[in-house]
Each structure stands twice: as structure tokens, then as C-alpha cells.
Design a protein around this ligand. Structure first.
Ligand code: NI
Length: 182
């Protein structure tokens, strides 16, 4: 296994729309190694998710893991592989929450996301699976699927007032996302 280099914003690959993973690739050893390397890279950088464009691969592929000890989540989510995922919002409710991204290192920001979503995808062996998610899990799914369309969380912020360096965020907490009031 290998730890992969993570592309940061400014590298064009972060902004490109990823292509579906071809079915013929999924069973191959190279694809399985790629998935293993993405999981190892996500662990190395303490991420809860990593999308293939972030490691310079333009495929619709992401990995997620939420540890049971993660205070942002109600429940943990074991290592989960999303191949060619399709995300559907459930209901209209949105919730604000803090996000960070390995491609935007050192920052945190407040982002409104759909509270509930349905995700349909293939697993790492090409088997279809689906889940209805809410809360932090739903947030992570939306964040990772955005990467596959060349989007980062900064694009989803209602304004930049809540953008903070991680250290200041840990010291002072999230600043209010006050929009256009001055
Ligand atoms: Ni990200």
C-alpha cells in the first residue's frame, strides 16, 4: 500500500468533472490497489473522506470512514467505498455544519447541506448498494460527491465570514455566517 499525494485547490484536477469508473476496471488489481491506497491516504491525513480527484485520478470514486469516537457524528461508519455514486436529497431541510478538506489544508468553514440524502453506488467489487443517511454522514457524502463534480466546500459556503484557520477555529469556535448585513 502507499500514501498518495493529495492535490490542493489550484491544481486543475481538483476542479475537473470526474468520469465514471469503467466496469471492466473494477475487478482489476490496479483498481483494488488504488482503493487500498486511498484508504491508507485518508487514514494518514485523519480525513473522514477522500475522493479520487484529490489524488489526481479523474474517476467517480471516493472512500469514507467515520470513527465511532468522532464527536461530530451520532454513529461511526466503517470504511465505505463509493464507485460511481448517485446522490439524491431527501426533503428540503438543510443544516449548517463545519467542514474542512484535505485539498484546502488548515481551514474550516460553515456549510449548509441537505439534512437527509439517499446514496446509490457500487462497492469496490462492483456490487450495487445504497443507503439513506442523515446528519454528519449525509454531510460527508455530499462533500465527497461534490469533489467528483469539481466542487469544494468553499463553493457551498453562504459567505466567507465563517472561513477560519483551523487553529483559530479550535480556539474561538465557528464565527457566525452573517450574510450581506453590513
Ligand atoms: Ni474534501
Amino acid at each position: 500500500m502507499a500514501i498518495l499525494k493529495v492535490a490542493r485547490i489550484g491544481h486543475p484536477v481538483v476542479r475537473e468533472t470526474a468520469k465514471p469508473v469503467p466496469a471492466a476496471e473494477i475487478q482489476g488489481a490496479a483498481f483494488q490497489r488504488l482503493v487500498d491506497d486511498m484508504v491508507e491516504t485518508m487514514h494518514e491525513y485523519d480525513g473522514v473522506g477522500l475522493a479520487a480527484p484529490q489524488i489526481h485520478v479523474g474517476w467517480r470514486l471516493a472512500v469514507i470512514e467515520i470513527l465511532p469516537t468522532d464527536e461530530r457524528a451520532e454513529d461511526g461508519v466503517p470504511v465505505t467505498v463509493l464507485v460511481n455514486p448517485k446522490l439524491t436529497p431527501l426533503g428540503k431541510r438543510r443544516a449548517r455544519g463545519i467542514e474542512g478538506c484535505l485539498s484546502v489544508p488548515g481551514f474550516r468553514g460553515v456549510v449548509a447541506r441537505h439534512e437527509r440524502v439517499k446514496l446509490e453506488a457500487l462497492d469496490r467489487h462492483g456490487k450495487p448498494w445504497s443507503v439513506e443517511a442523515h446528519g454528519f454522514f449525509a454531510r460527508v457524502l455530499q462533500h465527497e460527491c461534490d469533489h467528483l463534480d469539481g466542487r469544494v466546500y468553499l463553493d457551498r459556503m453562504e459567505g466567507l465570514r465563517s472561513l477560519a484557520y483551523q487553529e483559530e477555529f479550535e480556539r474561538f469556535g465557528a464565527q457566525e455566517a452573517v450574510d450581506d448585513e453590513e
